[in-house]
Design a protein around this ligand. Structure first.
Ligand SMILES: Cc1ncc(COP(=O)(O)O)c(C=O)c1O
Length: 384
């Protein structure tokens, strides 16, 4: 391990992977992986059509083309049966995003990557500790990246980590970091530290909706370091995009990684409670291959009628209801055409984005929160 900080060392050790590289955000980690792999103009990257636009930006920044694959309705993950039809001589990378924490069908996906000589990368931004056939997500591909943004399985405010077991790729990433990584400004680090302090003191499930509204307002005014600026809805890379993780994030990350097993156990316990209470209210059981998948959910996805109304009422009821993904390339503001997405490309993903809300599972969610959330959401009609 030739890591340069303690968080990288501890994160790599947790997943028994030899190389870890920290960045300001996960999108920067993904960019570093693509760049180190030599992805450039004319190349194609295959990914799910149910993702966050910030995940597509790195592909576009390098002049490559995103090719979207529809999802499997039950797990919201890329449908392996649809991938091969989209592979061309230009396809370089196959990205497996483990959505909401459900692991992708990695046996099928790894076999496709091998057959067509594609580099397999895992997007583990919504997934921490989930396993497929006994193997942890993040250890299947040539590289994997994780996010520590506010909504993610654990948070350092903002932050990303790239993992790889491939020595050659690790050497290239190290070179890239040495050659071109900028440092976050003093103002950015100070604001992030203040935001983390506020978060620890004030953000609980009942206050989240209000806090998010305030946070979005302040982000637009430039008064806080937000997850994404309005400039990031255009696939043009900002000069300071390739940025390092700050010391504030590293310390927060070290604290969080030491609590990761507790975090995972809590998520599983609260997921089981949601399963039980939602079943009592007539919601259909979650469907996934239990013989192969052991998911650790980041949020509990649920399909309902009247998603918009539920989100509107949740805010005033003090219920923390998540809206992602609001469209196939979240959030709703994304100009889809700039990202090579045309309506109708991924019908299952489009339907999922119209129907799906998500319920909180983070460490501050208590049994009482789960009960209140289920009481609230059960006034809406489930969709099977
Ligand atoms: C699935 C997925 N991948 C990647 C990212 C990018 O993560 P970050 O905000 O740390 O850059 C996101 C963004 O929220 C995401 O939802």
């Amino acid at each position: 391990m030739t890591s340069c900080n303690q968080f990288e060392a501890e994160f790599a050790k947790w997943l028994s992977v030899p190389h870890a590289f920290s960045f300001w955000k996960a999108r920067v980690a993904f960019y570093a992986a693509l760049k180190a792999l030599g992805v450039g103009p004319g190349d194609e990257v295959i990914l799910t059509g149910y993702t966050c636009v910030m995940n597509v930006n790195p592909i576009k920044y390098l002049g490559a083309k995103p090719v979207y694959i529809d999802i499997e309705p039950d797990t919201f993950n890329i449908n392996p049966d649809l991938i091969e039809a989209q592979i061309t001589p230009k396809t370089k990378v196959l990205l497996a995003q483990h959505t909401y924490g459900y692991p992708c069908r990695m046996d099928a996906i790894a076999a496709i990557a091998k057959k067509h000589n594609l580099t397999l990368i895992e997007d583990c931004c919504l997934c921490l500790g989930s396993t497929y056939n006994g193997k942890t997500a993040g250890t299947f591909g040539k590289a994997a990246y994780f996010s520590f943004q506010w909504n993610k399985p654990f948070t350092t405010g903002l932050g990303g980590m790239l993992l790889t077991s491939d020595q050659q790729l690790a050497d290239k990433i190290r070179q890239l970091k040495q050659a071109g990584l900028s440092r976050p400004s003093f103002k950015e680090v100070a604001l992030l530290a203040a935001e983390l302090a506020v978060y620890r003191l004030l953000i609980y499930p009942r206050t989240t909706a209000l806090a998010q509204q305030a946070f979005r307002f302040l982000t637009k005014k430039g008064a806080v370091v937000g997850s994404s600026s309005s400039a990031e809805f255009d696939p043009v890379m900002a000069p300071d995009f390739f940025k390092a993780m700050s010391s504030v994030q590293i310390s927060a990350g070290c604290r969080q990684i030491r609590k990761v097993q507790k975090n995972i156990a809590h998520r599983k316990q609260m997921t089981a409670l949601y399963d039980e209470l939602l079943a009592q209210k007539g919601f259909p059981a979650r469907v996934y291959d239990k013989s192969l998948m052991d998911p650790v959910l980041v949020r509990y996805p649920l399909r309902i009628k009247e998603k918009d109304k539920a989100l509107e009422l949740a805010a005033s009821a003090g219920v923390e209801l998540g809206s992602w993904f609001e469209c196939t390339l979240h959030p709703i503001e994304t100009p889809l055409e700039k990202y090579d997405y045309t309506q109708g490309m991924c019908p299952q993903a489009e339907m999922a984005s119209q129907q799906t809300v998500n319920l909180p599972l983070h460490p501050r969610v208590s049994e009482n929160t789960v009960r209140r959330t289920v009481d609230f959401i059960s006034q809406f009609t489930p969709i099977a």
